[in-house]
Design a protein around this ligand. Structure first.
Ligand code: ZN
Length: 303
């Protein structure tokens, strides 16, 4: 996927400086100091408005990042902290920032494990302590002074994921649902490929002209980009069905075929995404598992 190269270079520079940079009228961005293969240059924290402002995705529980945000907004009042989803690189700083500013924490619901009690390494990716003052449902509008946001329910990457449409900026804060630098990780059980594809379809009907993602630079021409993401997933799905037809029966066998030259650090994500496709194909009756659809099951094509 093409990113906005020039913007990426600037974003990379922002990381070391910890600066709050204006990226559009009424939208400033600070990149958190948590770069990794999954977070790119780090989590993008946005400050929306002037004077009385909202923060979108405050980031990981990093005192230095929160202190830098507070210093960079000196003389202004942070009234709202919006959270797209409860992955640990997005929501934990909300509490530290709210404690320091008195801001209201608004947005996604707390994380609820889909299989309570199951020993899942995946739930470790979630912030279990997210405690919003107000949960927004699909279509709910948050009004501040000089800004307003409409919540757009976009489950898939995370079950509680919301995007926030920003009317004044003709833009949408897309969290980890749509990013320019990389496709989203869809990791069951909290992640769901069926939900993710439906959430992409929901965005296709919208008219915003820029998306501000949770990592990396902006998504320009988002309608075209979302169509490309859907196309990419359908191609991957077709390739997985083809591998099943050729006799590859396990997640590992399919990943070995489809992700040639994959960096080892990204292999777990590739396995989970492939499993997410298989789970969706089973749910739609296009594949079947020998028993329950699990990451370790054997699969075959149906029909
Ligand atoms: Zn995430």
């Amino acid at each position: 996927m093409d990113g906005d190269r020039a913007d990426e270079l600037v974003a990379a520079a922002d990381v070391s400086a910890g600066v709050l940079r204006e990226v559009a009228a009424g939208v400033r961005r600070m990149v958190a100091p948590n770069p990794s293969p999954f977070t790119h240059t780090g989590t993008c924290t946005y400050v929306v408005g002037r004077g009385i402002v909202a923060v979108v995705d405050p980031g990981p529980d990093d005192p230095a990042h929160v202190a830098a945000l507070i210093a960079a907004t000196e003389g202004e009042r942070i009234a709202h902290i919006l959270v797209t989803h409860t992955h640990r690189d997005h929501s934990p700083a909300a509490r530290r920032l709210a404690a320091a500013t008195g801001a209201e924490i608004v947005g996604c619901a707390p994380h609820r494990p889909r299989h309570p009690g199951a020993a899942g390494g995946l739930d470790a990716a979630h912030d279990p302590d997210h405690a919003p003052d107000r949960i927004l449902a699909d279509g709910d509008v948050l009004r501040g002074e000089g800004y307003s946001f409409e919540a757009v329910a976009t489950p898939g990457h995370a079950a509680n994921h919301l995007c926030f449409a920003h009317a004044q900026g003709d833009s949408l804060f897309s969290g980890d649902h749509v990013m320019a630098w990389s496709t989203s990780v869809v990791a069951p059980p909290d992640g769901s490929m069926g939900d993710y594809l439906a959430s992409l379809e929901a965005l296709r009907a919208r008219g915003e002209t820029t998306y501000w993602p949770g990592h990396g630079g902006p998504v320009r021409e988002p309608a075209r980009y979302v169509r490309a993401l859907l196309h990419h997933r359908r191609q991957r799905e077709a390739a997985i069905l083809e591998r099943l037809g050729a006799g590859d029966a396990t997640v590992a066998a399919i990943v070995a075929r489809l992700y040639d030259g994959l960096a080892p650090a990204l292999a777990p994500a590739a396995r989970l995404t492939t499993f997410a496709h298989l789970e969706d194909l089973v749910a739609r009756g296009l594949a079947e598992a020998d028993g329950e659809a699990t990451p370790g099951a054997n699969y075959r094509r149906r029909g």
